[in-house]
Ligand binder design. Structure first.
Ligand SMILES: *[C@@H]1O[C@H](CO)[C@@H](O)[C@H](O)[C@H]1NC(C)=O
Length: 399
């Protein structure tokens, strides 16, 4: 009787383990070892194979979105190398810009139906980016959707195409089952194509997700949308990615906003339904990120406080945290602010630091403007450039 009972328990345990493709641990702060060359984490430290991996990063939305010549790709990677960058963050969607619509088309929309463009002007651009990353011994963060704008991979486009132009809200991207299904279909296609690649550093759910975006383009969160709903979306989508690919790191990609009761200041007041503390604790989330801008005119002190808050989270929760974007508009402001911010981030032990954005390689916003935006960094900004170059050298040497 007892033996039969024990056998049936064992049988149930075995069959449920076999039935579940996610028999691997949800959170890989465990000894689970991925394939050679993959980034993995143990606590707050990222490793590649058995070596701790700290990095200076870069991002070029215009490379996979707008670049048309091999020359620009090559010069960009040469510039990464010159600066000591070893992780680049890449948007797997085309961004429209002042210079016109993106020549890259990752999504083909037909009404509510989405098909993925595997062609040269679609995922072919990501193939190329990964091949170059391999040549330059770099890795890429692949970002799977955007919070902003009206381009093909943005939340608003998903919502409008799947639900319809009227009667919807920005935050429906995070709650509407039909929208989520289409977004997961896109995730599945991209993950299936690149899941064996050690050049993929991490999957990122979205660029800067938040519920309410009224300050940007007037589209609101649906009344009643809460930070807890956003946390659930992050938990469910990150778990979905782990079910497709148990090995690569998963990052949220948010700006790092807090939901601190009683705090009325932007960044901490919870008004965009993001809760950094809760989101970083999700078992299937490996990495926390924050973006430092404060509408491109930050004060040094605001940034220092925000950096310290995120370093505290990293230590308390025991997961890696990156400053994934930062920028102050104007060369003088950069010179005044970046050295102190960078020093504080290095002292805090952040896993990665990624300024927005390396530029000056022959692709510009317009013929008259020789940079891409006011945040651009290039060698002629000598103080900023040497600050970042020294930062990369420190990170690359860290063991
Ligand atoms: C530099 O920062 C100051 C103070 O935040 C701001 O008023 C100014 O417009 C900034 N400069 C540029 C070029 O954006």
């Amino acid at each position: 009787m007892l033996a039969a009972y024990l056998l049936s328990v064992l049988y149930l345990a075995l069959t449920s383990a076999l039935a579940s493709p996610a028999a691997l641990p949800d959170s890989r702060s465990t000894p689970a070892i991925p394939p050679a060359g993959f980034a993995r984490r143990n606590g707050a430290t990222i490793y590649v194979d058995n070596t701790p991996y700290y990095f200076a990063g870069a991002q070029q939305y215009w490379l996979t979105s707008r670049a048309t010549t091999d020359d620009v790709w090559r010069k960009t990677f040469d510039r990464y190398k010159e600066l000591g960058v070893r992780v680049a963050r890449v948007f797997v969607y085309g961004i429209d810009a002042t210079a016109g619509p993106s020549p890259a088309v990752y999504h083909n929309w037909n009404g509510a139906k989405l098909s993925v463009n595997y062609g040269e002007n679609g995922l072919g651009r990501i193939d190329k980016m990964l091949a170059m990353a391999k040549q330059y011994n770099m890795k890429l963060i692949l970002v799977l959707a955007d919070n902003w704008g009206a381009q093909s991979g943005s939340a608003n486009t998903y919502v409008r195409n799947v639900i319809g132009a009227a009667g919807n809200y920005h935050s429906d991207f995070f709650t509407n089952a039909a929208v989520i299904k289409v977004y997961e279909q896109y995730i599945a296609a991209v993950v299936a194509r690149y899941k064996a690649s050690p050049e993929v550093f991490a999957w990122e759910l979205m660029n800067e997700q938040q519920g309410d975006i009224t300050s940007i383009d007037g589209r609101r969160a649906r009344p009643g949308f809460t930070a807890a709903m956003m946390t659930k979306w992050i938990a469910d989508r990150s778990k979905y990615i782990k079910s497709l690919d148990p090995w690569h790191l998963v990052s949220i990609g948010d700006s790092g906003y807090y939901n601190w009761p009683g705090n009325t200041r932007h960044t901490y007041d919870g008004k965009v339904q993001m809760d950094f503390d809760a989101n970083l604790r999700i078992p299937t989330v490996d990495i926390g990120t924050f973006h430092l801008y404060e509408w491109f005119q930050p004060t040094k002190e605001w940034g220092l406080e925000c950096i310290k808050a995120h370093v505290d989270n990293m230590k308390k929760i025991g997961k890696p945290v990156f400053c994934e974007e930062f920028g102050a508009a104007g060369g003088n402001n950069q010179t005044a602010i970046y050295p102190t911010w960078v020093k504080t981030m290095l002292d805090g032990g952040l896993a990665g630091i990624m300024p927005w954005q390396v530029s000056g390689v022959g692709i510009y916003k317009s013929a008259s403007q020789k940079t891409f935006d006011d945040l651009d960094i290039y060698p002629e900004k000598t103080v900023v450039w040497s600050t970042l170059k020294n930062m990369a050298a420190v990170l690359n040497a860290r063991k």
